[in-house]
Design a protein around this ligand. Structure first.
Ligand SMILES: NC(=O)c1ccc[n+]([C@@H]2O[C@H](COP(=O)([O-])OP(=O)(O)OC[C@H]3O[C@@H](n4cnc5c(N)ncnc54)[C@H](OP(=O)(O)O)[C@@H]3O)[C@@H](O)[C@H]2O)c1
Length: 222
């Protein structure tokens, strides 16, 4: 059996999911884009393969993306993520890892607004709805989709990782290290997502102020 890294990306037709899928595929992973509409995922995958013929990317339904992969990146709008986990969580394999990239920010009239989840963060909101046999960790919440999608641009930043156990954090940190230019920084338990998700809001505000699309973070001293 091949030891090629395999990943599913739920919301793989979207900006962030597509960008992560592309970067991981270029780094050698076999990636399945998951969509509510499989034809849309297949078209998105074909589009990425036309741009990067070496990329191993396929499109599928959510159900198939879950069945084929035990690492699943969840890249759909936060408002839909809880219901998604409730609907699909049990179908995830024992020991599967969900990588949460969701940020509870909505845009109203072009302005970002943080939507406070009752549990303190999107990550904790999802953990409360996931079955125990599935692990949850977070990364890529502060990484802009536009940069990810332009594979010629060096990412060149730190990537905060938090998770529901040291093992899930280590597993995700190893995944982050696969992408050139990213250094994983262990931010600890899931509660750290309360801060990280607000840092995304900060990055959005900085992008607006500095007329950029690339605001991201690097930690000095560790
Ligand atoms: N954009 C960024 O720069 C960025 C950065 C960091 C984190 N994030 C986070 O990443 C997530 C995705 O962001 P995005 O900008 O890629 O969003 P997006 O393009 O608006 O949506 C991503 C995908 O979500 C799926 N989707 C929409 N409604 C859904 C529903 N009701 N149920 C299931 N899937 C649904 C759609 O796929 P189908 O229609 O094909 O099913 C869509 O292509 C968000 O939580 C966001 O906060 C984004």
């Amino acid at each position: 059996m091949s030891d090629q890294l395999r990943l599913g990306v739920i919301g793989g037709t979207g900006a962030e999911g597509r960008g992560l899928a592309l970067r991981f595929a270029i780094a050698g992973a076999a990636v399945t884009l998951g969509s509510r509409e499989p034809a849309r995922a297949r078209e998105a995958a074909a589009h990425l393969r036309r741009q990067h013929p070496q990329a191993h990317i396929e499109g599928a339904s959510h159900e198939d993306a879950i069945a084929q992969n035990d690492i699943v990146i969840l890249a759909i709008p936060f408002v839909h993520a809880g219901p998604w986990v409730e609907a699909h969580g049990r179908a995830l394999a024992a020991g599967a890892l969900v990588v949460d990239v969701t940020v509870p920010v909505v845009f109203e009239g072009g302005r970002p607004r943080f939507v406070e989840p009752a549990e303190g963060s999107a990550a904790e909101h999802l953990r409360a709805r996931l079955p125990e046999h599935v692990a949850l960790a977070c990364a890529f919440k502060t990484l802009p989709a536009r940069m990810l999608q332009n594979a010629d641009v060096a990412l060149d930043c730190d990537e905060f990782v938090c998770g529901d156990s040291p093992a899930s954090r280590q597993r995700l940190a190893a995944l982050v290290e696969r992408l050139p230019g990213l250094r994983p920084v262990d931010a600890g338990p899931l509660e750290a997502a309360r801060i990280l998700e607000r840092m995304t809001l900060l990055a959005i505000m900085l992008n607006k102020r500095y007329k950029s699309h690339d605001a991201r973070f690097r930690v000095l001293g560790v």
